[in-house]
Design a protein around this ligand. Sequence first.
Ligand SMILES: CC(C)(COP(=O)(O)OP(=O)(O)OC[C@H]1O[C@@H](n2cnc3c(N)ncnc32)[C@H](O)[C@@H]1OP(=O)(O)O)[C@@H](O)C(=O)NCCC(=O)NCCS
Length: 131
Amino acid sequence: MEQMKKISDSVIEMVELVLPNDVNLLRNLKGGQLMHWIDIAAALTASKHSGRIVATVSMDSLDFKHPIRLGEMVKLIATLVSVGNTSMKIKVNVWAENLQTGSVIMTNEASLVFVALDENGRPTRVPRLCE
Ligand SMILES: CC(C)(COP(=O)(O)OP(=O)(O)OC[C@H]1O[C@@H](n2cnc3c(N)ncnc32)[C@H](O)[C@@H]1OP(=O)(O)O)[C@@H](O)C(=O)NCCC(=O)NCCS
């Protein structure tokens, strides 16, 4: 019988701290560093759903709504949106928390597509969604 999984089975929450090497001249988190963290969080969700090594095939969108500052805590939540035969669409929401003031703000939204790969590096089927 075909394997089925829930969206909630593969939600990933990842937390990072913005350190001096991560920022630009304005002391804001560099876009490339954020893209790296988004890619890792989404890849973990895709791997958890598929039980496979996965490859990023597309970063469809990445919206920057607010800058993230040096010293802030960054929380990324990656959630499966839909599955195809071998592909998985994943959204990543990003929040920044100022640990001194306690203020939390949603800073970014991203959408990515991953493909599950078999032992030979070829696309392979992923479990259906049951919710
Ligand atoms: C991932 C890879 C093996 C897929 O090979 P491929 O020959 O394109 O495979 P297919 O054409 O069968 O496509 C596989 C799936 O990906 C989807 N896909 C391919 N390119 C896509 C894109 N740009 N956007 C969205 N989906 C895409 C296809 O629709 C298909 O989905 P489905 O099986 O759910 O219907 C190949 O594209 C690859 O190696 N790309 C480079 C990956 C990489 O280096 N990533 C960065 C580091 S992880």
